[in-house]
Design a protein around this ligand. Structure first.
Ligand code: ZN
Length: 279
């Protein structure tokens, strides 16, 4: 059981649809137990732009550390296609994703690309950039529209070096992210398209808490690392078996249990990594 601590008010900045800066006062209720702490924030009045303001990495930080970070955080909408960082890029911001999903993709010189990581409200895509001066060869962008809390990279980097609690948690998340990257790289090379597609849909389902996954066929083929014609074939097999309903721009999961039986062994491995991340 969580013990409820005294409520607090927070002021969060966010960017409106036309780029203007707005402010909103939030009502925060902080829960704590012996194993850790949780924060839920609620807007007083209607939520701006339907924002969710919950990110598991932020929630796992002790309340005193969160209080230090909050003034630096800016809530931003993250529409489909928003680039969070480019290859060889020194990111301007870190993003704590609060809804939607980002993909990390490796792109070859001929334009071929494949997804090697997914990030939703469990983390922060720029974690590996904090480990040292080298910038990676991957690209990260929003694949499913959402929202996030962002902070200037340089400012967060200072907290990372100064505060051991922040550093330990980010290192833990960075380790998780590199384990996921390795598993997905192996999956893309060794497993068949149909089981990769099932694995991928389950991973997205876990992160969105919804059976409906808004996707274009083009994006989906890109993520699975296959041609669109092959993807249509694979999705058709899953649809005829009653596992999914696949329409232009939308996938609905109908039979999760059978989808788990179809997925490759990478799904239970990545699910365990996901579930144990902040334990
Ligand atoms: Zn696999």
């Amino acid at each position: 059981m969580f013990a409820r601590l005294p409520s607090k008010q927070l002021c969060v900045r966010y960017r409106g649809t036309e780029g203007e800066i707005k402010f909103v006062v939030l009502h925060a209720i902080i829960f704590a137990n012996t194993g850790g702490s949780h924060l839920r924030t609620y807007c007083k009045g209607p939520a701006p732009l339907g924002f969710s303001l919950s990110n598991l990495l932020i929630e796992t930080l002790p309340p005193a550390v969160r209080a230090v970070l909050f003034p630096y955080l800016e809530a931003v909408p993250l529409p489909v296609g928003t680039v969070l960082y480019e290859p060889e890029d020194a990111p301007r911001h870190v993003h704590f994703i609060t809804s939607g999903m980002a993909s990390i993709v490796a792109t070859m010189s001929n334009g071929d690309a494949v997804e090697v990581g997914v990030i939703s409200r469990e983390g922060m895509p720029e974690a590996l950039h904090l480990l040292g001066p080298a910038n990676g060869s991957t690209r990260c962008f929003m694949q499913i529209a959402g929202t996030g809390l962002r902070m200037e990279f340089k400012a967060f980097e200072q907290h990372f070096h100064r505060d051991e609690t922040v550093r330990r948690l980010v290192l833990r998340y960075a380790q998780y992210q590199s384990q996921m990257l390795s598993q997905l790289a192996a999956c893309n090379r060794l497993h068949e398209g149909e089981e990769r597609l099932a694995r991928w849909l389950l991973m997205v389902h876990d992160r969105l808490d919804s059976p409906d996954i808004p996707l274009t066929q083009e994006f989906l083929a890109y993520m699975i690392g296959t041609r669109r014609s092959t993807l249509t074939l694979m999705a058709g097999i899953l649809q005829r078996s009653g596992l999914i309903q696949y329409r232009r721009g939308d996938v609905r999961i109908l039979d999760r249990e059978s989808l788990e039986s179809t997925a490759c062994e990478c799904y239970p491995i990545t699910r365990r990594l996901f579930q144990e991340l902040y334990k």
